[in-house]
Design a binder for this molecule. Structure first.
Ligand SMILES: [Zn+2]
Length: 109
């Protein structure tokens, strides 16, 4: 078998150590302003669980949601994936608390 061109070395993929993202794309407004904060807690049966607060910091959106009863291994990325599913299925309660001032908002629907 003839060799075609020279042996090509595939460069190893440079793996950058990147911190786990904590800011995500908001499904409501589409901005990368969705923050997920998590806290561990112990439920009534003594199991360690995590609770997540999902908050969009875009002042015009102000999405807010909470998720509880999450496995303790969950990271914000996992919560985000779960949240997106729930959001699309409409199985999560989502509040909007926009911080827009009334000023200059003359345009109705
Ligand atoms: Zn948003």
């Amino acid at each position: 078998m003839g060799r075609r061109s020279r042996k090509r070395y595939r460069r190893p993929i440079v793996r950058r150590v990147r911190p786990l993202p904590k800011v995500f794309r908001c499904p409501a407004c589409g901005h990368n302003t969705l923050h997920i904060t998590m806290k561990e807690y112990v439920d009534e049966e003594g199991y360690t669980k995590k609770r997540a607060e999902i908050r969009c910091t875009n002042p015009e959106c102000g999405l807010r949601a909470y998720m509880e009863d999450l496995p303790p291994i969950y990271e914000p990325v996992d919560v985000y994936a779960k949240f997106i599913d729930a959001y699309e299925e409409g199985t999560i309660e989502v509040e909007f608390q926009p911080m827009v001032t009334e000023e200059g908002e003359g345009e109705g629907e």
